[in-house]
Write a protein that binds this ligand. Structure first.
Ligand SMILES: [Zn+2]
Length: 305
């Protein structure tokens, strides 16, 4: 109603000199300073809580993976919520608090170790919580293994776990080096100091054909995972190629120096390649995660070897 509105305006004008402009500016300034001080404190506290939640998730997953291993004699072979759902009641355990997609946060970063099936060894981590010195890696039989993250450079620029790089050269804190063919994407999963020296893992989604030349310094542990296989080494040189043939995805590993353990990710088969040896692992492109495997030159070893 116009009359009431006008009256209020007059009352307001009548309260002359409540605050001067400079007083208002001082108050606004103080609020701004307090906000600048308090908000990061809140943000840090929230982030610390998220890290704790994520680490707890990883711990529960690692315990469940051990139980799964006891029951199935191998690490989980499908998405974690599917394979471990019967061991973990709450679906929220499979979601990192920093994962905005709110879906399955960890499966892409879970690597089972088929070659050490007796030990049920595996690695699971969260790249969302591996910035700076915060690493949340869980290796082996559920032991929390938190080590300092090693600096990773891509063409001289620092990258972090979870980052995807395309082409160029990755160098690691120990001097290990990976040359990547032009256009090929590689995801850095982890590079952290452990009891066994620097342990680095990279993943090749194989969205397009390409190759990696991997040169690992002695004493360090290095793994290259593709949708088809995991190649694990300690101080050696090898090449991993990915591509498609007849609609199937293949991973090709050849060794220039030392030995490379190659595992078909979704079977319990592995082989050890020596210098100048190579192997091809293929799978049906449409059935990554559960397909049949065609295995090239072997021989594949039994699980118990
Ligand atoms: Zn996380």
């Amino acid at each position: 109603m116009p009359f009431v509105w006008g009256e209020r305006q007059m009352q307001s004008k009548g309260r002359a000199g409540g605050f001067t402009l400079s007083e208002l500016l001082v108050v606004v300034g103080i609020i701004a300073v307090l906000t600048a001080i308090i908000f990061p404190v809140f943000a840090n506290a929230r982030e610390a809580a998220r890290v704790a939640t994520c680490a707890n998730n990883l711990y529960q997953i690692s315990v469940a993976a051990q139980l799964y291993h006891q029951d199935h004699h191998g690490p989980p072979m499908s998405r974690l919520p599917v394979s471990l759902g019967s061991y973990i009641g709450s679906p929220s355990v499979f979601v990192c608090p920093n994962d905005r997609s709110r879906t399955d946060s960890y499966s892409a970063f879970f690597l089972g170790r088929y070659h050490s099936a007796k030990a049920g060894e595996f690695l699971v981590g969260c790249p969302r919580h591996q910035r700076g010195n915060k690493t949340a890696i869980i290796c082996g039989k559920g032991n929390g293994d938190v080590g300092a993250a090693g600096t990773i450079l891509h063409d001289g620029v620092e990258v972090h776990a979870g980052d995807e790089v395309v082409g160029g050269v990755l160098t690691f804190a120990d001097g290990s080096r990976v040359d990547i063919s032009e256009g090929l994407g590689v995801v850095v999963i982890t590079s952290a100091s452990t009891d066994e020296g620097l342990h680095s893992v990279i993943y090749v989604p194989a969205n397009q054909p390409g190759w990696l030349d991997v040169n690992v310094v002695p004493g360090s542990k290095f793994e290259v995972a593709t949708p088809a296989s995991v190649a694990a080494v300690r101080g050696t040189r090898f090449t991993v190629s990915v591509g498609y043939k007849d609609g199937r995805l293949y991973t090709w590993v050849s060794v220039h120096e030392g030995e490379v353990v190659v595992e078909a990710r979704l079977t319990q088969k592995r082989t050890i390649l020596k210098r100048y040896e190579y192997i091809t692992v293929t799978t049906d492109l449409l059935a990554i995660g559960r397909g049949d495997w065609d295995v090239g030159p072997g021989p594949w070893l039994d699980e118990d070897d």
